[in-house]
Design a protein around this ligand. Sequence first.
Ligand code: NAD
Ligand code: MG
Length: 400
Amino acid sequence: MQNLCVLGATGSIGLSTLDVVRRHPDKYNIVSLSAHTRVDAMYDLCVEFSPKTVVMVDEYCAEQLKLKLIAQDYHHIEVLAGTQALTDLASCPSIDTVMAAIVGASGLLPTLAAIKADKRVLLANKESLVTSGQIFIDALTASKAELLPIDSEHNAIFQSLPLGMQSKVGHGNIADYGISKILLTGSGGPFRETPLTEFDDITPDQACAHPNWDMGRKISVDSATMMNKGLELIEAKWLFNLAVDDIQVVLHPQSTIHSMVQYVDGSVIAQMGNPDMRTPIAHALSYPQRIESGVQPFDFFNCKNFEFSPADLNRYPNLKLAIDACRQGQGACTALNAANEIAVAAFLNTEIKFTEISVVNEAVMKHFYDVEIATIDDVIKLDSDARTFAKNTIKTLDVT
Ligand code: NAD
Ligand code: MG
């Protein structure tokens, strides 16, 4: 029986994780759950999974949940509030495995806490790796933790790697295994063929309507701008110890192949299937075994054609910024990620246009381009400074 903590339990990845777990009550035990503000959703999860402890980051929401649980006689579930409670939850001795599925840099400290506490960490929260890179990998190397990628592309790459590389997340050497390239696939999002002249008028709902994947709103906008592929390129660099030029982004609109590994002998190993996050989640939960996930078997006789093309960086300026940041260094990556979180939130709130996301991101990244990052405190300071700069940049956009 694996004892699980699901961080970000009410989100898209959190709920998919719990859907896999509910199919295997003999294998997984939900010990703790966390969420930000969704009281009703968390209440339902408490009733179904009866965790020992839950954290609502927002204090008021924690109070509301407590009252609701007590009113229904669920006295045995402990409800905590605040960010310190999150890191305590992730490092609690009674936990074996942590699903890191908080969205954004808010996931960094709890995910790092899980690593330092030697947990098996299932990493969906790509932003934590993007913001702290080498620091995160050093913590992993110094610990007995095991890191398994949940992001569908990274999980696909992991599955397509030789066993020797699979046991060296963060420090394997691809040349030792005859690997020549990592092919990072992406659908191109909902605006792959939209005329660029229409980009100014894109609405949040249009940006969140991804053609293949059903995801939270932040990552959906990132998929539409392809910042998501940029963050994933940085994530891949750290997970598989790559140089930027070892990674090639390949547009594959059908999202059937979830990424590939190319070998020096001409072989290409791909992982494929229906686009459903329960596959990588089930893979990581049960690794090195396999369990049923609820995902339909792939139907080869009724599938669309497989198409592939390069990504047009004029269409996707955010992807270009992320590639530049990855070449430049940690300061640029941390600042870009923070800027993007602020810009995407402003876009979702209809404060800025879709096309202004990259304007904000570029201004912030230029400003903090070469800030040196050596410690986690440096990361937190730069993240905060970059957010302030992004908010000020948005104000100047309002004026013009
Ligand atoms: P989501 O918005 O659906 O859910 C986010 C979860 O995080 C919620 O439970 C929310 O309560 C919690 N949360 C939000 N802000 C928080 C904060 N400040 N502090 C603590 N908790 C907070 O997001 P999602 O789509 O499930 O994505 C989660 C992570 O997984 C992201 O990093 C995303 O990039 C990654 N990911 C998601 C998918 C997907 O299919 N959804 C695929 C690959 C990777
Ligand atoms: Mg992905």
